[in-house]
Design a protein around this ligand. Structure first.
Ligand SMILES: Cc1cc2nc3c(=O)[nH]c(=O)nc-3n(C[C@H](O)[C@H](O)[C@H](O)COP(=O)(O)OP(=O)(O)OC[C@H]3O[C@@H](n4cnc5c(N)ncnc54)[C@H](O)[C@@H]3O)c2cc1C
Length: 565
C-alpha cells in the first residue's frame, strides 16, 4: 500500500519507497487483464502504468560482502509525521576504504518522487574515503545536483539535510573517528521522555491558585475512565441503529422494513407508531406545530439522514447492516434549501412566535445619524462556516427496563434533566420512573446539550417496546450525519468612520443557518447579537438577525455559540 501511494501521489514522501530504492529492491507487478508479470526497479515502477495491475511481491537483495546500508529521516516529530527528507544509502567499501562498485544514494523529499544522486554515485566509484578531497567533492556535487523542488519545509534546509545525511553515512564508514566527530556517525538515541509541571503559586493565597489535579485525570489518561458504552452488557441486551432518510425534503409514502426484518439477528423495527406518548423531541417551548422536531419522521422528512426509526438486533453489526435495508418511498420531493443564501432567496426563516423564540435586536444611539456624520461609510459581507464538534465519544445511550417497567439509562449528555423530561414526554411516563445516569461525557462542546435527547428517547422507545436492554451507540458517520453542527453565519455590515479612523456607527444584520428545526438557533442568534460589539464601544450601534430554516440536520450549540470572528 505504501508503495502504491508513492506511485500514485507525487507529494507522498514514502519512507519505505526511499529505503527500498536505496536497498536496490525490485517489485513484481501482475496484470489482471493479461496474467503477465513484470519486474521493475523502484525507479521504473514509478513510471509503470498500474491500471488493472497489482503488486505481487518485492525482492530485497542480500547485502554483499563489505556492503553497508543506512537509512535516515528528519520529520517534525518522531511519531506519525512525514519526512522533510529521508534517505537510504548503500555502499561497498574494501579494507583500503576504496569504494567498489557504484553506491546507491536515494533520497525522498527532494523531488516529487524519490530520486537518486546519480552524479555523486558515479563520482564515488573507486574513490578512497579517507581522502578529505573525496568527502568535500562528493558533498559539493550532491548539493549541486539535489536542488529541492517545492515541498514541505524550506528548500535550503532540505538541501542541507540531504548533504548532512550523506556526511553522517560517510563518517560511519570510517574507522577510528576522532571523538569530536564520533557522535555524527551514530544515530541519535532519544531517551524515554519524562515530564514535570511547576506551579509558581503563592501558598499564602491558598486555596486560591493551589494546584489541584482534575479528579478524573489519572483515570482518563490511563484509559480506565468509563463512558456510557463501557456499561457492562447484560444478558438479553439488544443493539440499535438509526434508519435515516435518503431525501432532504419530501413526503413519506410508505416505510417497509420487511427485508431488514428478515436479515440475520434482526429483532424489530421501531418507528413512530411505537411511540406511546408524543412524537416530539423539541426542547423549545411554543414551537409552531409545523416546526416541531419529531423523534422519528413518519409523514415527511425535512433533512437528509433524518431518523425514521431504529433497527434493533442481536449485535451492532447486524443492526447497522439491516438499517440500510428498510425501504422508504417518498413523494413530493423538493429541491432542498441548503445554504443561507438559498434560504434568503426562498424567504425561509423560523417564525418568532414567543418572546422565548425571538431574535432580540440590540440597538444603542441611532445608526442613521452616525452614518450621516461619518466621513466614510463601508459595507460588506462576512461569512463564517460550520464546524463539527468532534467529541471523541459519540452520542450514545444504554437503557434498561427495570422490574416494573421503569427505565434506567446511562447516556452521554450535557443536560440529563432535559433527556429525562423528553423521554417522559415521548413515553408518556412520569419523570419519577426514569433514571438518567451520567458518569462523564467524553466531550460534548455543546452537541450534547439539546441533541442527546433524540438518542435517549429513541433507545428508550425500543427498550420500552421490547422490554429488553438496548444500546444505541452511534458510530462516527451517523454522529456526523444525523446531528447538527455549529451554525454557519452570513453577516452584512455597514460601518461609518471619521477620516481620523474613529467609528461613528455600526449596523449588523446576521443570518444563521439553523437547519431543519429550531433547536438552538434563537439562543445562538441572541448570543451572536449580544456579543457582536465585542469589547468595542460604538456610539451608534444596531445588530439584528434572522434564523434561516434549511434542509440540514438541526444546527446546535457549539462552544461559544454565536461568538463570531
Ligand atoms: C498518521 C499517519 C502517519 C503516517 N506517517 C508515515 C510516514 O512517516 N512515512 C510513510 O512512509 N508513511 C506514513 N504514513 C502512510 C502509511 O504508511 C501508509 O498509509 C501505509 O503504509 C499504506 O499501506 P497499507 O498497506 O495500509 O495500504 P492501503 O491503505 O491498504 O492501500 C493504499 C493504496 O494502495 C493500494 N494497494 C494496496 N495494496 C496493493 C497491491 N498489492 N497492489 C496494488 N495496489 C495496492 C490500495 O488500493 C490503496 O489505493 C502515515 C499514515 C498515517 C495515517
Amino acid at each position: 500500500g505504501n508503495f502504491m501511494l508513492a506511485h500514485d501521489y507525487e507529494d507522498f514522501p514514502s519512507d519505505i519507497f526511499t529505503v527500498m530504492m536505496g536497498a536496490g529492491a525490485t517489485v513484481t507487478v501482475g496484470d489482471s487483464s493479461t496474467g503477465n508479470q513484470t519486474t521493475y526497479s523502484c525507479t521504473d515502477f514509478l513510471n509503470a502504468d498500474m491500471t488493472t495491475k497489482v503488486l505481487i511481491s518485492m525482492q530485497i537483495p542480500f547485502a554483499a560482502q563489505q556492503e553497508t546500508m543506512m537509512t535516515y529521516k528528519v520529520s517534525e516529530r518522531h511519531e506519525n509525521a512525514h519526512a522533510y527528507v529521508n534517505a537510504s544509502f548503500r555502499m561497498t567499501v574494501d579494507s583500503t576504504l576504496t569504494v567498489t562498485g557504484t553506491p546507491t544514494l536515494a533520497f525522498g523529499g527532494i523531488r516529487a518522487h524519490a530520486c537518486r544522486a546519480t552524479q555523486t554515485e558515479n563520482y564515488l566509484v573507486g574513490k578512497v574515503l579517507s581522502n578529505q578531497n573525496t568527502l568535500t567533492t562528493a558533498c559539493n556535487l550532491m548539493a549541486s545536483e539535489l536542488i529541492p523542488d517545492s515541498g514541505p519545509g524550506d528548500t535550503k534546509y532540505r538541501s542541507q539535510l540531504s548533504v548532512n545525511f550523506f556526511y553522517k553515512f560517510y563518517l560511519s564508514l570510517l574507522p577510528n573517528l576522532p571523538s569530536s566527530l564520533a557522535s555524527a556517525a551514530t544515530p541519535f538515541e532519544r531517551p524515554i521522555s519524562t515530564g514535570e509541571i511547576n506551579y509558581d503559586t503563592d501558598p499564602i493565597e491558598y486555596p486560591v491558585s493551589e494546584y489541584m489535579p482534575k479528579i478524573d485525570a489519572i483515570l482518563q489518561t490511563s484509559g480506565e475512565a468509563h463512558y456510557a458504552d463501557d456499561t457492562p452488557v447484560v444478558q438479553g441486551t439488544l443493539y440499535a441503529a438509526f434508519v435515516t432518510s435518503t431525501q432532504a425534503s419530501a413526503d413519506i409514502e410508505s416505510i417497509d422494513p420487511s427485508v431488514a426484518l428478515g436479515m440475520p439477528g434482526v429483532v424489530d423495527f421501531v418507528s413512530a407508531s411505537d411511540i406511546p406518548g408524543e412524537n416530539n423531541v423539541d426542547t423549545n417551548v411554543g414551537v409552531p406545530a409545523a416546526y416541531v422536531e419529531p423523534l422519528f419522521a413518519s409523514t415527511s422528512v425535512v433533512y437528509y439522514n433524518q431518523p425514521i426509526g431504529l433497527i434493533v438486533a442481536d449485535s451492532q453489526s447486524h443492526a447497522d447492516e439491516a438499517a440500510k435495508f428498510v425501504a422508504v418511498k417518498y413523494s413530493n420531493i423538493q429541491t432542498p434549501i441548503v445554504t443561507i443564501q438559498d434560504a434568503i432567496n426562498a424567504n425561509s426563516f423560523f417564525p418568532e412566535p414567543t418572546p422565548f423564540l425571538s431574535v432580540n435586536t440590540i440597538t444603542s444611539g441611532d445608526v442613521e445619524t452616525g452614518f450621516s456624520s461619518s466621513d466614510q461609510v463601508f459595507e460588506g459581507v462576512v461569512e463564517s462556516p460550520s464546524q463539527y464538534h468532534f467529541h471523541m465519544e459519540t452520542h450514545q445511550c444504554v437503557v434498561a427496563p427495570e422490574e416494573d417497567g421503569r427505565l434506567v439509562m446511562h447516556i452521554s449528555t450535557q443536560w440529563p434533566a432535559s433527556v429525562q423530561s423528553l423521554v417522559s414526554r415521548v413515553l408518556a411516563m412520569p419523570l419519577s420512573r426514569i433514571t438518567v445516569g451520567l458518569k462523564r461525557t467524553g466531550g460534548g462542546y455543546g452537541a450534547k446539550i439539546l441533541r442527546s435527547g433524540i438518542v435517549g428517547c429513541a433507545a428508550s422507545v425500543a427498550a420500552h417496546k421490547l422490554n429488553r436492554p438496548v444500546r444505541l451507540i452511534m458510530n462516527l458517520n451517523q454522529n456526523m450525519e444525523i446531528q447538527g453542527k455549529r451554525h454557519p453565519y452570513l453577516t452584512t455590515y455597514k460601518i461609518g468612520v471619521l477620516n481620523s479612523g474613529k467609528v461613528q456607527a455600526l449596523q449588523l444584520m446576521y443570518y444563521s443557518n439553523g437547519g431543519a428545526t429550531y433547536d438552538a438557533s434563537m439562543g445562538s442568534m441572541n448570543m451572536a447579537l449580544t456579543t457582536a460589539d465585542n469589547t468595542y464601544y460604538f456610539p451608534n450601534f444596531s445588530a439584528s438577525g434572522k434564523c434561516c430554516r434549511t434542509n440540514l440536520p438541526s444546527n446546535t450549540y457549539t462552544r461559544a455559540p454565536g461568538c463570531l470572528p
